[in-house]
Design a protein around this ligand. Structure first.
Ligand code: FBP
Length: 310
């Protein structure tokens, strides 16, 4: 309930950003050296306040905070939340969809929570989700084993209305769409170059379509509903890719698998790895992301074999 309240408040702030002079930089940098947007700072405060005061959380990890946030003992509960308060921030000022991404664990520590309560595999996630701030504000959430559910915010009610239950990727993989930043292609390894080349030139068959919003929430939301694959692979410049394990990779991989898709890192630390199996060493660790329908994720992994890279 605290997360959905914070999503509503962030949605309103995004809607009013132009009027409320919330576009532009806040003049500070975040935990991984990115310039913070005013809305990054505001949404971060909203989520920290809501989660700290709901009485259910012990420790929080935010993309915008260098260190974990330990909830004061008198307000602490048994859950651990990792979140990216406003993902896709490069799109904020031009009013293209952005989103919030989150994952929830139950703390293991008997007494006070420690960072080891969050540095664990994605298989321990209980709940994950994202909220997309687009033409409509949509919340997509999954409780482990209970399917993926889709809600739309009804501004007149101020409530999220359940619009779709047990969301699944389209049978067989759906539309042939690949989604990645091809501007990085010259730094890609042979397997990623190989598979993208094959999707673009299918010897007479209709080529795959390229779609890339540049906001992970939007690109993943489309992939779940229409099919295809979203990739942010590692490359010669970014050895571990760009996206962060705890509050981007894990939650989206969890949702994708719960929706009948697949989620891999591709080649990571010298081997092909299922994304949820990795164990992050630091709270802002990065990992490559290859997620979507099984048809296309398996084709990427097969290309590593074809190229003799594994
Ligand atoms: P932020 O959390 O800093 O916004 O970075 C994540 C992200 O914006 C994703 O939403 C998006 O998929 C990707 O980075 C876009 O990166 P690039 O501009 O390199 O394609």
């Amino acid at each position: 309930m605290a997360l959905q309240l914070a999503c509503k408040a962030t949605s309103r702030a995004c809607n009013k950003a132009g009027i409320a002079m919330l576009f532009g930089l806040a003049g500070e940098v975040n935990s991984t050296g990115d310039d913070q947007k005013k809305l990054d700072v505001l949404s971060n405060e909203i989520f920290i306040d809501a989660l700290t005061n709901c009485g259910a959380c012990a420790v929080l990890v935010s993309e915008e905070n260098e260190d974990p946030i330990f909830v004061p003992e008198d307000k602490a509960g048994r859950f651990v939340v990792a979140f990216d308060p406003l993902d896709g921030s490069s799109n904020i000022d031009c009013n293209v969809s952005t989103g919030t991404i989150f994952a929830v664990y139950e703390k293991k520590s008997e007494k006070n929570a420690t960072v080891s309560d969050i540095l664990r595999t994605g298989n321990d996630i209980l709940v994950a989700g994202y909220c997309m701030y687009g033409a409509a504000t949509e919340l997509v959430i999954s409780f482990k084993g209970h399917g993926v559910h889709r809600f739309t915010l009804d501004p007149s009610l101020g409530e999220f209305v359940h619009i779709q239950a047990h969301v699944q990727l389209p049978e067989g993989g759906g539309k042939k769409i690949y989604s990645c930043n091809e501007g990085n292609s010259r730094n890609w390894d042979a397997a990623i170059k190989g598979i993208i080349g094959k999707w673009k030139d299918r010897h007479g068959d209709k080529p795959y379509a390229a779609r890339y919003v540049g906001s992970m929430v939007s690109d993943v939301h489309r992939t779940i509903l229409y099919g295809g694959v979203y990739l942010y692979p590692a490359d010669a410049k970014s050895k571990h890719g760009k996206l962060r394990v705890l509050y981007e990779g894990f939650p989206m991989a969890f949702i994708m698998e719960q929706a009948g898709g697949a989620a891999s890192c591709g080649m990571f630390k010298g081997k092909i790895q299922r994304l949820l199996d990795i164990v992050p060493e630091t709270i802002h660790e990065k990992c490559p992301v290859v997620i979507g329908c099984k048809r296309d994720v398996e084709a990427v992994l097969e290309e590593y074999k074809i190229q003799g890279l594994c």
